[in-house]
Design a protein around this ligand. Structure first.
Ligand SMILES: NC(=O)c1ccc[n+]([C@@H]2O[C@H](COP(=O)([O-])OP(=O)(O)OC[C@H]3O[C@@H](n4cnc5c(N)ncnc54)[C@H](O)[C@@H]3O)[C@@H](O)[C@H]2O)c1
Length: 701
């Protein structure tokens, strides 16, 4: 027994499961046996008392969880950080524990109100007392960690808890004598697991499996070489013994019903201070400003979820709710992250939501020079579809050629500083690339609310329309197409061969002929099958009028390719009178620019198909520029390519029979994109009918 070592316990006179504040309590209200609990607690008391002195705090009626003294506070030397319980059900314990600590002569620190921290349940010193592992995610806020570092003058390593069954750090993590660590890795996020692996050598890590974890094996009391726990598997027992520990099992089933075991039932009171150890907290905080229809657009929820999912925590410092239906709201949110790297990842995503640093905290963007052509410096900022501004020499500069997955190059031009979205492959040695996340903001439209009333298109919202809504979408797209044609707008169609197979070719031809479409993007296949249909009446060998396969029809598409190759190009074939109808005929006749991007499955290919994909991408990007609306018709490959090079603000309609494809393509988080799950042939035929209706309202019923 080490007489100088002291633990605090609280007899279970008032213990019961009276409420549910963790998953273990569910279904266990008033199900624990008072007598058995008393016996189990007594057994634990005896075991601990053989190893150390046990102090007792007086149990209080109405506070059943006082028995779990680990949550009273966190002790180091003569200093205590008192717990601020997350749940009101436990907050009444605070004054009793505070009184006890003060009676013992401890200096008691109290965290600000509303900053939860649950004592030694969520903060564990390594047994050499050189650092403090601190948990967050369920009961303790990350923002409490810097206070621990400051008051206890010790390095704090923040670990994020992910599994609500292991809601306190001490339910899944137990530092042991001699640098060993008993822990359950799945209870932590990836970053925390990396941190553990960096700080605890592999030979000292005793990772346990779920069966031991749910028996609370990590909720163990370690006194020198003794480990006291509820239950351990044969394998765990052996591993601990090999590491030189003596395992004492003592059943604590009645306390497991409330989510605690031996560690929760004890608080180590003697925690010596190491003189050469000093404070270091890696927690980083930033304050951000968000503006818009934060509540009804769900922006604030998304931002806060993103912070938590990214491994950070937040505090809403200010929220001004717009009073009128049209007025915007604004919020100031303090974001904390356990490290600089985690903060950067969270910030990059918040920037995409339009969050900006407070004016007094804004600084210029960081630039780094490209040293290898086609390769960006590490930490480069990768762009989204949203208009982006870069702060250079104190001024915000709007990036040109906005697109997704680009890098921003800042240069000095005659007109002043410029910023351009570039592809990696276009980077030149000496280019100045924006890195990290400072001095970058994206400009989000105020939001849908105003748009709903005034812009016809946005009624559909960003989302997938079900079959029932197809006609409604068609009406709106028809209206939009007409308006754009009358105003000299620019409509781009991206189409796959299914358009031809489903009989949509004649409708698309008509849209081109009647001036609704200004550019057509596709691959080899749409052109091949359109031309096959024009020359032979079949698509992939299927007679388009009768819907049956034609004998030898499988050769038709290759014959079509050969015919065009003989002519030299599609335009030549039209010129020579070989090709006299179909989509590509109409394109040539009506000066509608088209680009065919090659792929590995292409037959032929047609002379017009660009097999150099870098060239093809550039060609697509040129034709997409200035588009007001893009119709994506049943081609996943080319539509995704186009989606990536299209900035926010361009209306996008994507039609596919597969809901997953539609969701992927239309899920740009922007109002202007809408997905339609339907047959593309049907869609085009309805669209043409709708346009007829708009043109001849009295003739067509
Ligand atoms: N002979 C050839 O040269 C040849 C033949 C086929 C494809 N290709 C090439 O392969 C690449 C990919 O071809 P892709 O774009 O056809 O394939 P893709 O897989 O990218 O897209 C086809 C899409 O059409 C959807 N679809 C299927 N039936 C539909 C219907 N009835 N209505 C609406 N949507 C429907 C599918 O869900 C899918 O998302 C292209 O570059 C193409 O040119 C070449």
């Amino acid at each position: 027994m080490t007489a100088s070592l002291r633990f605090l316990m609280c007899a279970p006179h008032h213990y019961d499961v009276d409420y549910v504040i963790n998953p273990w309590m569910e279904g266990n209200i008033h199900k624990s046996s008072k007598n058995t609990a008393a016996e189990q607690w007594q057994d634990l008391y005896q075991i601990v008392a053989q190893q150390a002195t046990v102090d007792l705090v007086k149990p209080q009626p109405g506070w059943p969880d006082m028995v779990f003294t680990a949550n009273a506070g966190l002790i180091l030397g003569q200093t205590v950080v008192l717990s601020r319980f997350f749940h009101p059900e436990r907050q009444g314990e605070e004054p009793y524990f505070k009184a006890w600590f003060e009676e013992q002569g401890f200096t008691v620190h109290e965290l600000p109100k509303d900053l939860p921290f649950e004592g030694a349940g969520d903060a564990l010193l390594d047994r050499e007392g050189r650092m403090l592992w601190a948990g967050y995610g369920f009961r303790t806020e990350l923002d409490a960690h810097p206070y621990l570092a400051k008051w206890l003058d010790i390095e704090v390593l923040s670990l994020r808890l992910m599994d609500e069954r292991f809601y306190h750090l001490d339910t899944c993590f137990c530092p042991l004598t001699n640098g060993y660590l008993l822990y359950y890795p799945p209870a932590f996020d990836a970053y925390s697991n990396r941190l553990i692996e960096m700080r605890v050598p592999a030979e000292k890590r005793i990772a346990i499996d779920e069966p031991d974890a749910i028996n609370f094996a990590c909720n163990a009391v370690n006194i020198d070489r003794v480990v006291v726990l509820n239950q351990a598997s044969q394998e765990l027992r052996q591993r601990l013994e090999q590491a030189g520990f003596q395992v004492i099992e003592t059943p604590l089933s009645e306390f497991l019903k409330a989510g605690g075991a031996s560690k929760c039932l004890t608080l180590r009171v003697t925690e010596p201070v190491q003189a050469d150890v000093h404070a270091e907290a890696t927690v980083e905080s930033k304050t951000l400003h968000l503006e818009g229809h934060l509540l009804d657009s769900g922006l604030i929820n998304r931002a806060l979820d993103l912070i938590v999912e990214g491994g950070g925590s937040f505090q809403v410092l200010k929220f001004d709710l717009g009073e009128q239906r049209q007025s915007t709201s604004s919020a100031q949110v303090k974001v904390s992250a356990p490290s600089h790297d985690v903060m950067k990842k969270i910030m990059a995503q918040l920037i995409d939501l339009g969050a900006v640093a407070l004016p007094q905290e804004v600084c210029d963007a960081q630039l780094e020079t490209v040293t290898q052509a086609g390769v960006a410096p590490g930490n480069f900022y990768s762009t989204t579809i949203y208009p982006t501004e870069i702060r250079v020499q104190g001024q915000w500069v709007r990036a040109r050629n906005q697109r997704m997955d680009g890098v921003v190059v800042v240069s000095q031009a005659a007109e002043g500083m410029t910023a351009d979205c570039c592809l990696l492959r276009d980077l030149q040695v000496g280019d100045q690339v924006v890195v990290n996340v400072d001095g970058i903001r994206t400009v989000r439209k105020p939001d849908l609310r105003d748009a709903r009333g005034t812009q016809e298109f946005s009624f559909m919202g960003a989302g997938v329309s079900s079959e029932r809504r197809v006609e409604l979408v068609v009406e709106q797209v028809g209206w939009e197409l007409r308006k754009l044609r009358d105003q000299g707008g620019r409509v781009v169609v991206v189409a796959g061969p299914v358009v031809i197979h489903t009989g949509g070719g004649e409708h698309l031809s008509r849209l081109i002929r009647e001036g609704y479409i200004q550019s057509l993007l596709g691959g080899n296949a749409i052109a091949v099958h359109d031309i096959e249909q024009a020359l032979m009446g079949t698509s992939l060998g299927v007679d388009m009028n009768r819907g049956v396969s034609v004998r030898g029809g499988h050769r038709h598409h290759i014959q079509a390719i050969n015919t065009i190759r003989r002519c030299g190009s599609i335009a030549e074939a039209v010129e020579q009178g070989v090709l006299s109808k179909g989509i590509f005929y109409e394109c040539v006749r009506h000066n509608v620019s088209f680009s065919l991007a090659g792929s590995i499955r292409d037959d032929g290919p047609l002379p017009d198909t660009q097999m150099n994909l870098v060239e093809a991408q550039a060609d697509y990007a040129r034709l997409v520029q200035g588009a007001d609306m893009i119709l994506m018709l049943s081609t996943m490959l080319h539509s995704i390519g186009v989606g990536n090079m299209t900035p926010a603000g361009v209306k996008m309609v994507c039609v596919d029979i597969n809901p997953a494809v539609v969701t992927k393509l239309s899920d740009r988080g922007s109002v202007e994109s809408v997905g339609v799950v339907t047959d593309v042939g049907l869609f085009l035929s309805l669209l043409v009918q709708q346009l007829d209706r708009l043109t001849h309202p009295y003739l067509i019923r």
